[in-house]
Design a protein around this ligand. Structure first.
Ligand code: 13P
Length: 251
């Protein structure tokens, strides 16, 4: 972990979490306030239906909240969509954009992801911009070039002056229990850092780069201590307060 950047651990609940799951927020809040104080910022990105409750329940224990997606426009005739300002209005401070599941399920392009990130920044949110290669792309030696292209296309110029977060999530590691080797994570995060610094000479060193993809209580300590890994984006293991707290404590 690069020590000058305060780490951030975000939980992406994806399409999981009815109101009953709010008990996990209360449990996590209890663990965070009674245990050793966390060395990381803690963010939960629940489904939008319970976002405002998560904001309220988390407030006293420092748990921050984020959306999982936002629209690329500010408002208008877009049935079923959620704008960045609606998320901010509900109490969110972050929003995930360009997750590989949205890129795959909804055909989201880099240009669209960039527009979403711009909307997020405009609404005062910090976008968590996701990038990552498929297994075939890694096997054919293209992982770094694919991620570099996604970064170029998805990260807005405003990232030079507004806070954004990058999440590297190799698609083949998501929900599979498989992770890249420590060497591979080190190389990829260094390559992302290099690209950020070359595009944003003033601020590129301080942009958080999260790792995501089967981050678990068992591997968190090792992965989170890699250079240029400034925290994690956690799927499955963020659904249970105890597991998520163990990952937070690994920082
Ligand atoms: P898992 O932690 O379940 O592999 O999911 C990672 C992810 O997609 C977080 O956004």
């Amino acid at each position: 972990m690069t020590t000058s950047i305060s780490p951030l651990i975000a939980g992406n609940w994806k399409m999981n979490g009815l109101r009953g799951a709010l008990d996990e927020i209360s449990t996590l809040a209890g663990l965070l306030t009674t245990g050793e104080s966390p060395r990381a910022l803690v963010v939960i990105c629940p489904p939008a239906t319970i976002l405002s409750e998560v904001c309220q329940l988390g407030a006293t224990s420092g748990i921050l909240a984020g959306g999982q997606d936002c629209h690329s426009q500010a408002a208008g005739a877009h049935t079923g969509d959620i704008s960045a300002s609606m998320l901010a209005d509900a109490g969110a401070q972050y929003v995930i954009v360009g997750h590989s599941e949205r890129r795959a399920d909804h055909g989201e392009t880099d240009a669209l992801v960039r527009a979403k990130a711009e909307q997020a920044i405009g609404a005062g949110l910090k976008p968590i911009i996701c990038v990552g290669e498929t297994e075939a792309q890694r096997d054919s030696g293209q992982a770094e070039s694919v991620v570099a292209e996604q970064l170029t296309g998805s990260v807005p110029d405003a990232a030079g002056v507004h806070e954004v977060i990058i999440a590297y999530e190799p698609i083949w590691a998501i929900g599979t229990g498989r992770t890249p080797t420590i060497d591979d994570i080190t190389r990829m995060h260094a390559s992302i850092r290099q690209q950020l610094v070359s595009r944003f000479p003033e601020t590129g060193m301080s942009i958080r780069i999260l790792y995501g993809g089967s981050l678990k209580p068992q591997n968190a300590r090792e992965i989170l201590s890699v250079d240029n890994v400034n925290g994690g984006l956690v799927g499955g293991a963020s659904l249970l307060a105890k597991d998520f707290y163990t990952i937070i404590s690994a920082v």
